[in-house]
Design a protein around this ligand. Sequence first.
Ligand code: ADP
Length: 320
Amino acid sequence: VSPIKAAFIPAQKPASPPLPRQNTKTTPPSPPQIIHDEHRAIQYTRVGFLGEGGFARVYEGKDRRGNRVAIKVVTKSSLKTKKAKTKLYAEIKIHRSLEHPNIVNFGDCFEDDENVYMTLELCDAGSLMDMLRTRRRFTEPETRFFLVQLIGACNYMHSHQVIHRDLKLGNLFLDANMNIKVGDFGLAALIESPGERKKTICGTPNYIAPEVLFDTANGHSFEVDTWSIGVILYTLVVGRPPFQTKEVKEIYKRIRDNAYNFPDDKKTSQDVRNLIQSILTPDPQKRPTLLEILIHEFFTCGVVPDKIPRTAQDKAPVFK
Ligand code: ADP
């Protein structure tokens, strides 16, 4: 099966186990060295720190058999408000319902008196954000490889009525084989009835679709992820996001005015420029579908590697 076709093979959706019990007790700042999932009689040894996000810290852990996992820890002291709890439970409910080769696998969810823990598939090779910092920009074959995987994951989410709403380089993790794993479902939303529109303004400034910011009356839907894919595509081949500037207000103004351009250095092909332009269309209804993106000349007339070597973290690979 070609990578493009493989992107559209639906993966199985697992049954959802029950949500964790609620407990409102407060909190020491660091999780214990040995983390117990008492319910399943599993224990994890905390072996390292992986990173920190808006409300969670993520550690590397090992179970008794030596299997390595990522453990996302949220302190219960940060879950005092009903809103914070609802948000975390929505993240857990959505993330655990998804199973796809290019989505960070959700393991278990449990709690002790201080924290809520989520075990996640470990993404050894960091994120595309880390990699871009070293590499500065990616070659077009690498970009095709990552985009095919991202679009496959996104198509799967959309077919399960999930909008991610925060697709960006920092949420595209890489496993040891340099495969994309989409993570962080903290802003994801479930579309519960056909045609439902979401009204919450959320996302990350550089990647937010114009309708999220400027069409709040109408709301937004799946096409916001397509927009973010356009921003990601631009960022991978150019090396910086299209609407980037210091002031957030100015970023929003550029998004409103669709004001971006390509550097004058002939390093980006006409095919990729055309594709980016069609994705970054202000009217969400006029944006291409995920399938239309994959059958664009950028993908059909260029090399799509079937794997990326780990050395690509530091140096551009050569594809024949
Ligand atoms: P938040 O929801 O608080 O934003 P994230 O899910 O983005 O938290 O995780 C915060 C950081 O932890 C990430 O930027 C990354 O460095 C690290 N991280 C998260 N998930 C994983 C994982 N599955 N494997 C390895 N590192 C991870």
